[in-house]
Design a protein around this ligand. Structure first.
Ligand SMILES: *Cc1c(COP(=O)(O)O)cnc(C)c1O
Length: 444
């Protein structure tokens, strides 16, 4: 491959998608890769920069998904790839629990400063979001001596056994994979478009479930995504999160925020909790934390994090030296370039264009989100009946034009936009034009 060739800054298609080389690789994939792994859009990527992905046929695609909110600072950002190369040339692994290194400590210091935790914080590092969530639950149970965990309708927390239990949606995440872990209870989520409740009303409904079906004296923690990701980019009504967090504090129940998708500048703040001035006892992070490298963390109140016996938390690879080097570079680029501010302005541009479009298109039920985490919920005109076929068709129409758009939602009827924050205004407008045309074709 011609790796020294400059990556275009504009979407450019040389073939139909997927092109001939991608088709060949797709055949090999079918012969080699387990069928249970989603196919997504089978265009094989060769290299990337900023918001542009170049495939093996030389097509330049515009990425509005960031590999599910991971490449938030952009693809192959030079500061991050340089930090990775430098660390890789020094050493790759020692296992932090065996012989430590500075990068792990430095990432924990950075997280303790950035993450909205109540009071003084400590952190522990892991490899994946699900692993972070599992560890937050371990910490909450051990520190409180209680077992029950409350989660919400539409929640997504991962695919391991415990996190499948925490996740709401059966197909495809849980279907035929039970039995699931016990002591997990589900409460109603504030979903303003569908429940029409104020934040206070929705919180009262959730709290009533917690009190009547679990009881605060059995409940270790309430675990919630401050803006739900896979569930449909559901932004709870204002006041919902503060009311829940206040109830937790008053009842000695821990409040755990899963900021794995909403964190790291995505929503126009470093963390989505900050929009409502809420702090949490424990916060899980992953995805955007390390510019594309696998890394995750639990950051929490010092008394909780230190309540666990030595050796109770860890793992062979958690906080790998290369991943921590990438995280430190990612965090410094986010600070230097004020990517939270950039996310806020991208959000304004996306929302205003999509809201205008929704006035003409009765198939668009709702445009919502915060910062660069924006969703369009598609419905059957004249009702709120979900329209997953339109979402699928619109995403496919975008993909065919070389614009990567993801879907989500309990009903599969939500298009979600998670552009790299390094996207330029021209690229964003190009992507939104393609999306607008796709929506006009599919939900007019
Ligand atoms: C993606 C995600 C997870 C799981 O992270 P993995 O790294 O895929 O294990 C957990 N919670 C939320 C909110 C997520 O978006």
């Amino acid at each position: 491959m011609k790796r020294d060739e400059a990556i275009p800054t504009r979407r450019t298609l040389l073939t139909e998608l997927p092109g001939p080389k991608s088709q060949e690789l797709l055949t090999r994939r079918t012969g080699a890769v387990a069928g249970g792994v989603s196919k997504g859009f089978p265009v094989f990527i060769d290299r990337a920069s900023g918001a542009i992905l170049v495939d093996v046929d030389g097509n330049a695609l515009l990425d509005l998904g960031s590999g599910i909110a991971v490449a938030s600072i952009g693809h192959a950002v030079p500061e991050v790839t340089a930090a990775i190369s430098e660390q890789a040339a020094s050493f790759l692994h020692t296992c932090f629990m065996v012989t430590p290194y500075e990068g792990y400590v430095a990432v924990c210091e950075a997280l303790n400063n950035l993450v909205p935790v109540t009071g003084e914080a400590r952190s522990a590092l892991f490899n994946s979001g699900a692993e972070a969530v599992e560890n937050a639950v371990k910490i909450a149970r051990s520190a409180t001596g209680k077992q029950a965990i409350a989660v919400f309708d539409h929640a997504y927390h991962g695919r391991t056994n415990l996190t499948m239990a925490l996740t709401a949606k059966s197909m495809p995440y849980k279907h035929r994979f039970g039995p699931f872990a016990p002591e997990v209870y589900r409460a109603p989520m504030s979903y303003p478009y569908r429940d029409g409740l104020s934040g206070a009303e929705a919180a009262a409904a959730a709290i009533s479930v917690l009190e009547s079906q679990i009881g605060a004296s059995n409940l270790a923690a309430v675990l919630i995504e401050p803006i739900q990701g896979e569930g449909g980019f559901i932004v709870p009504a204002p006041g919902f999160l503060p009311a829940l967090s206040a109830w937790c504090t008053a009842n000695e129940v821990l409040f755990i925020a899963d900021e794995i998708q909403s964190g790291f500048c995505r929503t126009g703040n470093w963390f989505a909790l900050e929009h409502e001035g809420v702090t949490a006892d424990l916060v899980t992070t992953a995805k955007g934390i390390a510019g594309g490298m696998p890394l995750a963390a639990v950051t929490g109140r010092v008394d909780l994090m230190n309540a666990i016996h030595e050796g109770g938390l860890g793992g062979t690879y958690g906080g790998n030296p290369v991943a921590t080097a990438a995280a430190l570079a990612t965090i410094s680029v986010m600070e230097r370039d004020d990517l939270a501010g950039r996310a806020a302005s991208l959000g304004k541009a996306m929302t205003s264009i999509l809201r205008t479009l929704s006035e003409d298109l009765p198939g668009i039920g709702d445009v919502r989100g915060r910062g660069a985490m924006i969703a369009v919920e598609l419905i059957q005109p004249g009702s709120k009946e979900p329209n997953p076929a339109a979402a699928k068709a619109a995403a496919a129409a975008c993909n065919a034009e070389g614009v990567i758009v993801l879907t989500c939602g309990t009903y599969g009827n939500v298009l979600r936009l998670l552009p790299p924050l390094a996207i330029t205004d021209d690229q964003l407008h190009d992507g939104l034009t393609v999306l607008g045309n796709a929506l006009r074709q599919t939900c007019g």
